[in-house]
Design a protein around this ligand. Sequence first.
Ligand code: NAP
Length: 290
Amino acid sequence: MSNKEITVLGLGSMGVTIARLYLDKGYKVWVWNRTADKAAALVSRGAVLARSAAEALRASPVALMCVYDYRAVDAILGAEGVAAAMDGRLLVQLTTGSPQDARDAEAWAHRQGATYLEGAIQAAPDQMGQPDTPILMSGAQHVFRAAEPLLGVLGGGIVYLGEKASAAAAMDLATLSTIYGTMLGFLHGARVAEHEGFDVAEYGRIVAGIMPTFAGFLQHEGSVIQSGNFAISQSPMRISVEATQRILQTAQQAGINTEFPTFAAGLFQRADAAGLGGEELAALIKLLRG
Ligand code: NAP
């Protein structure tokens, strides 16, 4: 779609990597960054440094933006000449934000006569451009399909989540929620291992060993929630009610931090009291729905 021309707005660690990937693939790359010095290495490799964000946007039909947050996005999009430079262009927003940020940015882009895609990069800069680099994308399907070859430069693991621009941000937030929830449980477990005088590295290895099974279990629970059928296929939630109580009591007896098990055991206890103990563990979502 672009005759191998692209604009990259934002040259932090991710933006620099993105610009470099396109240079490596023979693209003509225009770059802009608030702090112009950060473009020096890219310019020495053939990138063209624009004097303003508006100039960078006008230079090519597609702009990828990757800055710190949506406050930075708003500052750039609100800068002089930017709105007028958007007409007929595609803005691919790779800055991490909320679903509402994505909706607002898409509406703004459309008002300027531009098309819009939202992306959530789920990889570190040095993992970009690999055959399996995970990137979530959303926005109008025909726009995504036309941009797909160009976006493929970022990585081979692009997953298109549909027409709603907010989908990439929503799914990014949802997966982050899994990561932090798992991490909190892992750290509480590390505290248990440490307190009992066990090798915490060994604990990490044991956890890594059960992860593939756990991943399959999460996938199963997702399907259960989507189907709405919470009849038990494996083990009832009651087992988790008891397990989380045991984790809490053990922490209390050991005199170690109890915040994580208090939270987890409290939720499961309320679910049990609501009569969900005989259903799939995923039925806890009924409690979260309020
Ligand atoms: P970074 O290295 O901290 O760079 C931040 C960028 O934002 C710089 O270009 C900075 O410009 C710009 N910026 C900040 N405030 C600004 C403002 N008010 N006006 C204009 N520009 C502003 O961040 P990064 O690691 O490249 O991350 C960029 C985005 O990618 C983030 O949304 C992040 O969540 C996402 N991401 C990053 C990673 C990662 O591992 N790095 C992984 C996945 C997703 P200056 O140079 O002028 O300060």
